[in-house]
Design a protein around this ligand. Structure first.
Ligand SMILES: [Zn+2]
Ligand SMILES: [Zn+2]
Length: 241
């Protein structure tokens, strides 16, 4: 009896822990990015390799896990949702100026709260939350992808002429968006029949973002063996997960 109780508690705390991780890790990725920004701001370290690794890792998990899963439950309509996701990300890029794949092009420093940037990043992060709900590998891929993005975004926000409290508010709101998507995928049952399509939209978003990262990471199309190794490492790691 006692053993049964212990087993039950252990099981409960274990599942609870996993649920906690699903919500906590994507948020912690933003915290890590911000902490990294405070650190790197002075040393101006090259994070291009981290970005290339994260792009390859996310793309590989999409190819190995998400894509086959999505097409298992649907044919052409899943393909349409995938395409919608890609087009959506192209649209979001117009507002975020590429912040989802690791750079922000604004010539002049900002003085106001960058609301348009926050909204476009939030839509992206919200959609990202759905496939995270049912795969720990996707969770890992999204977390690894978020760290360099949050780092670059934080550096940008810290350098832009906006108040520190606004920077923190921006990052906290942005950080809550992926867990919000995950929450809906897990506990909001009316969404269930559409979950595979929403995941397909997320796949489209991932494909656009990660291929753009890889495309942009080769500066002037020069061969960089270290970068190629980094990309291969990301892909191989994703394969053996
Ligand atoms: Zn770009
Ligand atoms: Zn993202």
């Amino acid at each position: 009896m006692l053993f049964y109780l212990f087993a039950k508690i252990a099981y409960f705390s274990q599942t609870n822990q996993i649920v906690c991780m699903v919500f906590l890790l994507p948020f912690l990725a933003i915290v890590a990015g911000y902490a990294g920004a405070l650190w790197f701001q002075k040393t101006s370290a090259n994070i291009a390799y981290l970005l290339a690794f994260s792009g390859a890792f996310l793309l590989s998990i999409t190819f190995f896990e998400l894509l086959p899963q999505a097409f298992e439950y649907g044919g052409k309509s899943v393909g349409v949702a995938l395409l919608i996701g890609m087009l959506l990300q192209i649209g979001l890029d117009y507002f975020s100026k590429g912040a989802e794949h690791g750079h922000v092009h604004h010539d002049a420093p900002l003085n106001n709260f960058p609301l348009v940037l926050l909204i476009s990043l939030s839509v992206h992060a919200f959609i990202e939350g759905f496939p995270v709900a049912h795969s720990q590998h996707v969770l890992l891929g999204v977390v690894v992808h978020k760290v360099p993005i949050a780092l670059i975004l934080s550096i940008y926000l810290l350098k832009a002429n906006i108040r520190k409290i606004h920077t923190l508010l921006f990052l906290i709101l942005f950080g809550c968006m992926t867990p919000l998507g995950t929450y809906l995928a897990l506990y909001f049952s009316p969404i269930l029949p559409y979950l595979n399509y929403i995941n397909a939209v997320a796949i489209g978003v991932f494909l656009h973002v990660s291929t753009t990262i890889l495309f942009e990471s080769s500066k002037d199309h020069k061969f960089n063996s270290l970068k190629l190794m980094t990309i291969l490492a990301g892909a191989i790691l994703a394969f053996f997960l």
